[in-house]
Write a protein that binds this ligand. Structure first.
Ligand code: FMN
Length: 388
């Protein structure tokens, strides 16, 4: 694979939206919204700081398309028109600092109704209701199979409820557009409702939504249609998938390629290539993983389905990230936890890859000073950046 293509810092245009570089902040729930799903100052500062840090595109956390679609009581919601104005404030903050404002929408399915991570991340019980006023609620999934042993058994979602979730996805897309978001990300990964339909391990239905691969893909494709029907033609549409299950007998990379080919016909623009999470709580379990462990998924989908892809997962080195894009393995590189640690990672990566002149890309309140410092560093023979 040659390394002659555009690199990490090369702008990219999808439909009518141009990102200043290919660095994306991966969706990350903050579990910090108010009980009624409203974002607050935490989210505003968090997203503003990431935008100042130089990312080309930032996705918000997964927002619940209905109250029961949330993971926790502290997820942001998008199920009512009352969310449009507070969400517009977030989108505006990201755009003001040069990032493309992205939004992620989700139905958590059988992994809804859990505690915040730092309260245990287990299913909510009456004890949580007593301790914090966070009562459990009933969950739905493709089939009545719990996500983990000992977890509450979800109800197999009925046809009229499926219809309602499609309406909820469409309405969420409409509100996200009204709030000014420029890029959409539908969460089809990590064991949530869409993924529960895809995987044969969580879908044992015997109707039109279960059995064959085409049937198991039906719901994911209906969501794509519902969202595209409300999401403007000039705005990009990302779809996040768990490209493989973390369990034998589950969803495979061949299945992901087949689904991505169908996505391409339905106006999905980028496949966001994650993995796992069907039964586990998150995809961030502490197991041995090497930097870029999910890049091969992005590479194969890109090559065989002909859709642009986004790679994610333990990518922390600017030169590594650049080689993923330049080598034609993915069109975007997303960073998650590294951005929590260092919100200026994109700006720092730009200096590592492009030299001190890249300080000019930063708001002058930072960039002017750092460029001045870079000359001092040069004279003193000190490295321009440390740490990455
Ligand atoms: C705090 C936190 C919250 C997350 N929330 C979401 C989310 O809302 N939606 C999603 O698709 N992935 C979510 N993820 C997964 C990340 O988007 C990303 O795929 C994962 O952390 C791997 O990338 P990294 O190694 O760069 O962190 C979350 C991860 C973290 C650490």
């Amino acid at each position: 694979m040659g390394e002659s293509g555009p690199g990490l810092l090369t702008p990219i245009t999808i439909r009518g939206v141009t990102c200043r570089n290919r660095i994306v902040i991966s969706p990350m729930q903050q579990y910090n919204a108010t009980r009624d799903g409203m974002p607050n100052d935490w989210h505003h500062v968090h997203l503003s700081k990431l935008a100042i840090g130089g990312a080309g595109l930032i996705f918000t956390e997964a927002m619940g398309i209905s109250p029961d679609a949330r993971l926790t009581w502290a997820d942001i919601g998008i199920w009512d028109d009352g969310f449009v104005s507070p969400l517009a404030r977030l989108a505006e903050a990201m755009m003001r600092h040069g990032a493309v404002a992205g939004v992620q929408i989700n139905h958590a399915g059988r992994k809804a109704s859990v505690q915040r991570p730092w309260h245990g991340f287990d299913p909510l019980t009456e004890a949580d209701a007593r301790a914090r006023g966070e009562s459990p609620w009933p969950t739905v999934s493709a089939s009545a199979l719990p996500a983990n042993p000992g977890w509450p058994t979800p109800r197999a979602i009925a046809h009229d409820e499926i219809r309602r979730t499609l309406d909820d996805f469409a309405a969420a897309a409409r509100r996200a557009n009204r709030a000014g978001f420029q890029a959409m990300n539908v969460h089809g990964a990590h064991g949530y409702l869409i993924h529960s339909f895809l995987s044969p391990l969580s879908n044992t239905r015997d109707d039109a939504y279960g059995g064959s691969l085409a049937n198991r893909m039906r719901y994911a494709l209906e969501v794509a249609d519902a969202v595209r029907s409300e999401w403007p033609a000039d705005k990009p549409f990302f779809y996040r998938l768990s490209c493989v299950d973390d369990v034998d007998g589950g969803w495979t990379l061949d299945d992901t390629v087949a689904l991505s080919r169908e996505f391409a016909k339905r106006g999905v623009d980028v496949v966001d290539c994650s993995s796992g999470g069907l039964g586990r709580r998150t995809t961030t379990a502490i197991v041995t993983r090497e930097p870029g462990y999910q890049v091969p998924y992005a590479e194969r989908v890109r090559r065989e389905a002909g859709l642009p892809t986004m790679a994610v997962g333990l990518i922390r080195e600017p030169r590594h990230a650049d080689s993923i894009v330049a080598g034609g393995r993915a069109d975007f590189v997303a960073i998650g936890r590294e951005a929590l640690f260092n919100p200026n990672w994109p700006a720092q990566a730009a200096v590592v890859l492009g030299g001190p002149s890249r300080y000019d890309d930063w708001p002058p309140a930072y960039g002017w000073w750092l460029k001045t410092r870079s000359r001092t560093l040069e004279v003193s023979k000190l490295p321009q950046t440390i740490g990455i």
